[in-house]
Ligand binder design. Structure first.
Ligand code: SF4
Length: 62
C-alpha cells in the first residue's frame, strides 16, 4: 500500500509516529514523513489508524 505525508499539512503533532513508528518518523524539518514507500501488509491496520488519527488529514493511503 503506497503512503505519503503532505509536508505542508503536517503540524508535527507526533500522533502518527506514536501510532505506527514502523512507518513514520521525524525528518530534518521536524515534520513526520514515511520511512517506507509501501506499507507492509502486517502494518496496514496501524497505518490506516494513523491516517485516520491525523488532525490535518496529511496522510494519504491508497
Ligand atoms: S499525525 Fe499528521 S500532523 Fe501529526 S505528525 Fe503525523 S502527519 Fe503530522
Amino acid at each position: 500500500m503506497p503512503i505519503a505525508v503532505d509536508q505542508e499539512l503536517c503540524i508535527s503533532c507526533g500522533a502518527c509516529i506514536d501510532t505506527c513508528p514502523e512507518v513514520f518518523d521525524w525528518n530534518e524539518d521536524d515534520k513526520a514523513h514515511n520511512i517506507v514507500d509501501e506499507v507492509p501488509a502486517d502494518m496496514e491496520d496501524q497505518a490506516r489508524e494513523a491516517a485516520e488519527g491525523c488532525p490535518t488529514n496529511a496522510i494519504t493511503l491508497d
